[in-house]
Design a protein around this ligand. Structure first.
Ligand code: ADP
Ligand code: ASP
Ligand code: MG
Length: 413
């Protein structure tokens, strides 16, 4: 007998028929003697719809109230799934985040999980009850409802698996695993039977939304056995999806590049003609950080006649805020000839642990892009990834071209 946590995303619970389907799969695993905790998202589109209602009333709603509203999406699906399981003659019980007591900090709309009380769930599991938990939500110490950031049900699933020391956490979604890149962009993308934890962490942080980054971080910290699977396969399916591994497998032919990630939610700001002297980066980025805005890539040009240009990227949703902060600082904290912004850029990254032991990856990447006339505006590298910033209109072309250049559609070896 194993303890399994299963998480079902929005599309997988997008209609009552699909919820019945989920119930059939859960029932199948239950019949085989496993204990089950099932985490569900809101029905697809529902979280957007709920947040939109708030925006129809206010351009700047309080985050606390946004969480009160957004959390209702998941409350509907836990109830529906519990009923579907009861219809199949099984014992099931639904829990909101607060009812489990998934304790979070009070950072509304992007809260972090601090602690999970497993007592209620354990009692149910020991009595043969299937536990159903609302994803994406928790409660802070003062009893306020919180949410974990978009895509946060993945994190609920993995965190519950960690707390319960589950044998496996299964993320059921609308694709049958993690692919070399988003199969919606590149139909030839190939499913990976395994991907290393480090690569998955990079892919998620660089924009692959198949797993929320925090869920991957949790899996790493608590060594949760994590698998991505399709909810559209038959309930009895033995498909194995993609397993996130913690050891590099020497026996297997290892690809140099495992995947390509991209992120559209980027914007670039360039501060032109600033004095080329110590402290200038701090003078510009200090106030940006103080305003709680995340800076991603940073590039400083070679100085010329005592002046230089300084560029960085931020999340597109924080673009205007960052421009406002700089406009306020300019003339006080630093002098600049001009501040220009571009919120029609995107980031494309190639990821692979094989980069550690192979050279020439960057030149291959740059050659492929040059042949298509795609101009790179910024470049950044780490041990296992190379990221570039390009005009948003080239995103799909760049991803396809790189996928082909690194022959990702073929099995390595
Ligand atoms: P869910 O609602 O189940 O959480 P998401 O929409 O959040 O599902 O994530 C699944 C989607 O992630 C897929 O439909 C796919 O378009 C996208 N995706 C992006 N990159 C990848 C990748 N490398 N492999 C698989 N899917 C990916
Ligand atoms: N329903 C939430 C969202 O749409 C959480 C999730 O689906 O993971 O972001
Ligand atoms: Mg998701």
């Amino acid at each position: 007998m194993a303890l399994i946590v299963q998480k079902y995303g929005g599309t997988s619970v997008g209609s009552t028929d699909r919820i019945k389907n989920v119930a059939r799969r859960v029932a199948h695993h239950h019949r085989r003697g496993h204990q089950l905790v099932v985490v569900v998202s809101a029905m697809s589109g529902e979280t957007n719809r709920l947040l939109e209602l708030a925006r129809e009333i206010s351009a700047n709603p309080y985050p606390r109230e946004l969480d009160v509203i957004a959390a209702t999406g998941e409350q509907v699906t836990i109830g529906l799934l519990a009923i579907a399981l009861q219809e199949l003659g099984l014992k099931a019980r639904s829990y909101t985040g607060a009812q489990v007591r998934i304790l979070t900090d009070n950072a509304h709309t992007k809260a972090r999980i601090l602690e999970i009380d497993e007592a209620n769930m354990r009692r149910d599991l020991d009595n043969g009850v299937i536990v159903i938990v609302a994803g994406f939500q928790g409660v802070d110490a003062a009893g306020n409802i919180t949410t974990l950031g978009r895509g946060g049900s993945d994190t609920s699933g993995v965190a519950l698996a960690a707390a319960l020391k589950a044998d496996e956490c299964q993320i059921y979604t609308d694709v049958d695993g993690v692919y070399t890149t988003d199969p919606r962009i590149v139909p030839e993308a190939r499913r990976l039977a395994t991907i290393t934890f480090e690569e998955m962490l990079e892919m998620a942080s660089l924009g692959s939304k198949v797993l929320q980054i925090r869920s991957v971080e949790f899996a790493g910290k608590y060594r949760v056995k994590l698998r991505v699977l399709s909810s559209f396969d038959e309930p009895e399916s033995t498909a194995s999806g993609t397993l996130i591994t913690f050891e590099e497998d020497d026996s297997m032919e290892q690809a140099i590049i495992s995947g390509i990630a991209f992120n559209r939610d980027e914007a670039k700001i360039s501060v032109m003609g600033v004095p080329d002297k110590p402290g200038i980066a701090y003078a510009i980025l200090g106030p940006v950080a103080a305003a709680n805005l995340d800076v991603d890539m940073i590039v400083q040009n070679i100085g010329e006649s005592g002046h230089t240009d300084f560029s960085f990227t931020v999340n597109r949703s924080e673009y205007q805020k960052a421009l406002d902060v700089l406009a306020l600082e300019r003339g006080h904290g630093f002098a600049a000839r001009e501040i220009i912004g571009d919120n029609r850029i995107c980031k494309v990254s190639v990821v692979g642990i094989g980069m550690r032991s192979h050279t020439g990856i960057a030149s291959k990447m740059f050659k492929a892009l040059a042949e298509e006339g795609i101009n790179m505006q910024m470049i950044s590298t780490s041990e296992i990834k190379i990221s570039i910033v390009i005009d948003e209109k080239y995103l799909e072309l760049a991803v396809r071209v790189l996928h082909r250049a690194f022959e990702l559609e073929n099995e390595p070896g």
